[in-house]
Ligand binder design. Sequence first.
Ligand SMILES: [Zn+2]
Length: 289
Amino acid sequence: MDLFSGLENLGIEGLDNLDIYGDDATKYEDGTAENLKTVKVKTPEELEAEYIFDKTYTCPVCDKSFKSKTVKSNKAKLISTDLDLRPVHQNIDIVKYDMIACPCCGYAVLNRYFAPLTSVQIRKIKDAISRNYKIKDEKKRKIYSYDEAIERGKLALLSSVIKVSKDSEKAYVCLKTAWLYRGKAEHLPETEVEEIKRCQREEEAFLAKAYDGMVSARQKELFPICGMDEMTFDYLLAALAHRLGHLDVSARLVGEIMAKPSANRRIKEKTGILKEVLKKDIQAQKQKE
Ligand SMILES: [Zn+2]
């Protein structure tokens, strides 16, 4: 259909194939389309990419330098924290960038524990991981997917076991990996029922391991543990115990935190919220019995 039919009566002809919108928006004489282009809606990936940069590390195992994607400090806006202190930020899940993994030898570590290793640890990592590790082609992507981040979490857990880290380090890697599964499940379309369930099962398994390691670290290590003071750490234990169904343990820890002089107001507030949730769950459990 010719939109311009009839104009030939006005002496205007030859418009049969004129495309009224065109595909090249920049041809506007006044530059308006050019301006519109710059405000076009960004994809979630483009938004996330604005928060990260490539940081160069030298691997403590193989000595090669490599790049790891890192979150720019203080740029991401914190929206909320889950009961177990998982941070939720606007436009980015920063937990995806918490692991540093060497693409050459397979050594990986939670960024807060990135440090030189002893010669014994290096030999152990080389024997157990590097010897069979297939060098990864770094994908030219601007962000890490959840699956990549989870893979890095598992590599970091393996490395921490092989180099015989403190229980707190292993537990913290488990906690972060559990958070990655939670993040992945939250970002899947609701229709992916089976995959969401699988992620939730994985999350629970990693949370259980995190809890075991933290209980053990609480008995053997000195504070700060995982960078947390005693009150924050006990709160985290209470939250994990609650999540894993150890309601009595959780209630005891909550009682102990509430009885302490209030040095950490944020944690006191969190404990108050956990206390309410616990109360309901304990009632529900009693009704079931
Ligand atoms: Zn390496």
